[in-house]
Design a binder for this molecule. Sequence first.
Ligand code: BES
Ligand code: ZN
Length: 459
Amino acid sequence: MNAIAAVEKYLDSAKESQLEDLKQWLRIPSVSADPARKADVAKAAQWVFDRLSQLGLQTELIPTKTHPLVLASTPPVPGKPVVLVYGHYDVQPPDPLDQWTTPAFEPDVRNGNIYARGATDDKGQALTHIQSVAAWIKSGQTLPLQIKFLIEGEEEVGSEALAEYLKEHAAKLACDVIVISDNSQYAKGEPAITYGLRGIAYFEVWAYGPKQDLHSGVFGGSVTNPAIALSRLIAALHDSNGKVQLPGFYDCVVPLKDSERARWAALNFDDSKMAKQLGVSALAGEAGYSTLERRWARPTCDVHGLMGGYQGEGGKTIIPACAGAKVSFRLVPNQDPATVAKQFQEFVANFKQPGVRFEVKDLHGGPGVVIDPDSPFMKAGERAVTSAFGKSPVLMREGGSIPIVADMVQRTQAAVLLLGWGLDDDNAHSPNEKFAVEDYYRGIRASAHLWQELSQIVK
Ligand code: BES
Ligand code: ZN
């Protein structure tokens, strides 16, 4: 029996324990944004550290100012490419809790899916690569190339600790290709390889007015209400065609190629199906672009949260002392988050409302990426995906961001391979997050093939 056949045979016998592993990891509420969960975040790091070291990998648990990094490696294989698998063990907050059918940190398998926060983003997807390495090892096969794992604990809050680590230790992460599964397939039964991600620049903006909340009957009509001032600012961020209004915002945007537009048009994306899936009566966005273009290759601006004023039951008649918003810009390759930060600061500084002071807090950011779809790594990825999914992958870009990727590429000069096993309707960041159990298994299988395929690439 050749190596891959032996690995496949092992995979067929390991499904139950592979699912059990995922459940264990998902039970740990590793919410990186929540300081109260710091110990749980550390526990999730420890869990994956234990997994990798039990497999015999040389494994490190690296403390940082915030959440630990887990780094592991199989032995070097001279003359073969080195792979770095990147993933994250942190998850988004599970709120709103009352909208979950079963609790966010009590994984439940139903309708062929596993439901839990982190199921698809990213524990379930990251674990596929660990399971595939486990399968090679446990079936007695020698891995055909060196595989390193870098699993971080704050992707969902900007990857600052990893950025710091990279500055000093890029040599440790030296590799030829970075493999990431923290994204999606094109659709159910239509696997994909992603060759582009958007970047992001994330802020809070605050409007400060009177030194304390005021009675709106006594003072209404005499001062600017900060909540209204903030609303005006937010409204001014777009024009009626959906264009972002920061001066210079589009200057560096590379126009979409006609060939790319044609390929995406040929995907026959169904707008009305998407509207139905999202529960909206119409789609909207920047005029002149299709939905896929707007999601995958155009920059945008969104508001994620509004703070300020009375939020309790019933009415309370105040002019709030302040109001704030969480605002981000999705960026396309060639747009620089630091430049956009300057543009936003300037936009806010020039936005005058009498008696109101605006303040911008720069939270985090990272540039977008585009990958050469013709590289040998992409071709190896295509073959691996085809073997496991029985269908050749769609080439696509995606709108989400993995902010550290551009930094890792810059420091390692490696290629990137984005193999998403998730689905757009997996409810990532939302209630009832899920991952199709079948896609977990297929992801593991594709990953097992990937090591074989990548090892054929001549360095
Ligand atoms: N898994 C996502 C990124 C993603 C989602 C890529 C869908 C492609 C398709 C990742 O965990 C994520 O959510 N990233 C954040 C980054 C942000 C918090 C800086 C995002 O995109 O909002
Ligand atoms: Zn996420």
